[in-house]
Unconditional design. Sequence first.
Length: 106
Amino acid sequence: MFVAKVIGSIVATEKVHTMRGHKLLVVEPFRLDQAKGDQLTTTGRTFVAVDMLGAGVDDFVLIAQGSSARFTPETQQLPIDCVVIGIVDSVHIEHQAVYNRQRSSA
């Protein structure tokens, strides 16, 4: 699993039957900033993830990749390798909050 930020969405009107009705998001994995240690920073990569939860742009989410993306009842028959499995409320590292959804949306 990875923490990622939703940075966009993809619309594909033509796709395989099993993917119809599934929202596609562009997500950017984040990691702990090694220099500061008190904030999250981008890894510089992006992925397309199937959204099963209703996440939106600027939300931090948990993503599962690879064959693990197909381990939920909702995704086991989908041809995917990245799925949103959680919407992050907060991230704490060594007793310090490095992300809080309520504070970031204000």
